[in-house]
Design a binder for this molecule. Structure first.
Ligand code: CA
Length: 232
C-alpha cells in the first residue's frame, strides 16, 4: 500500500525530528521544511496527503501559508493541522479562520497528535488509507495486490500496479506526466516523461481487454485522468 505523504513545516529542529521519527514509525512518507516560503514551493511541486504546519515560521508565516493553500485549487482540500504554542496566538488563530482543519497546542502529546493525523486522513482522504480502491468496474485490493475488472482478474507489472493505484486514489483528476512521475516513480528518480506514456499504454492494454470501455482519458496538452464513472 502506498504510504500517505505528510509535509511537516516546523522550524524548531528538535520538534521537527521528533515528528518525522514518529510519523515514519507510523508508516507515513515524511518530507520536512523549516521555512514557510520553502514549504510553499514544495507544495507547488507536489501536493501531500496532509500538512502539519507550525504557526510561527521564518520566510512566510504558517497562517499566511495556510491561506495560500486554501486559495489554490490544487491544495484547497488538503488537510491541514496547525501547531501553535500555548497562549501564543491560539485564540486569535481560532478567530481568524485560517482554514486549518485542526489545531494542536504545543507542547502536545505525540500519541494524541498521531491519532489526530490518522483520524484526519481517514476522514479527508479515505482513499489513501483504505484497502480497497474502486472506480467503475475496476477494483484494487492493496493488501493482496489483486486487481479486478468486473469479474476478470487483471495481472499488472509493479509499475502499472502503482500507476493504477495512483489514479484510483484520485479518480477524475487530471495528472500531468510530471505529477505522475513524482507520484509513481518518486521525486529522486530520473525518468523521461515518455516513460509515463509507455506505462499508461501497458496499463490500458491490460485493463481494456475485449470491448471494455477505456477508463483512462488522454487530456491533450495536460496529461492523463482515470474516469470516476464510466460505462462498463
Ligand atoms: Ca515556530
Amino acid at each position: 500500500m502506498a504510504a500517505p505523504n505528510i509535509l511537516v513545516v516546523e522550524d524548531e529542529e528538535s520538534l521537527s525530528l521528533l515528528l518525522r521519527y514518529n510519523l515514519e514509525s507510523e508508516g507515513y512518507h515524511v518530507d520536512v521544511s523549516d521555512r514557510g516560503d520553502e514549504a510553499e514551493l514544495k507544495l507547488r511541486e507536489n501536493v501531500p496527503d496532509l500538512l502539519l504546519l507550525d504557526w510561527m515560521l521564518p520566510g512566510l508565516s504558517g497562517i499566511e501559508l495556510c491561506r495560500r493553500v486554501r486559495a489554490r485549487d490544487e491544495t484547497r482540500n488538503l488537510p491541514v493541522i496547525m501547531l501553535t504554542a500555548r497562549g501564543e496566538e491560539t485564540e486569535r488563530i481560532r478567530g481568524l479562520s485560517t482554514g486549518a482543519d485542526d489545531y494542536v497546542v504545543k507542547p502536545f502529546s505525540v500519541p494524541e497528535l498521531m491519532a489526530r493525523v490518522k483520524a484526519m486522513l481517514r476522514r479527508a482522504k479515505p482513499q489513501v488509507v483504505s484497502r480497497l480502491l474502486q472506480a467503475g468496474d475496476l477494483e484494487m485490493d492493496r493488501e493482496t495486490h489483486r486487481v479486478h475488472r468486473a469479474t476478470r482478474e487483471i495481472h499488472l507489472g509493479p509499475t502499472e500496479f502503482k500507476l493504477l493505484e495512483f489514479f484510483l486514489q484520485s479518480p477524475g483528476r487530471v495528472f500531468s506526466r510530471e505529477q505522475l512521475l513524482d507520484g509513481v516513480w518518486g521525486h529522486d528518480v530520473y525518468v523521461d516523461e515518455r516513460t509515463v506514456d509507455v506505462h499508461v499504454g501497458r496499463l490500458r492494454k491490460a485493463i481494456n481487454k475485449g470491448r471494455a470501455t477505456d477508463p483512462i482519458r488522454t487530456v491533450r496538452g495536460a496529461g492523463y485522468s482515470l474516469d470516476d464513472q464510466f460505462p462498463v
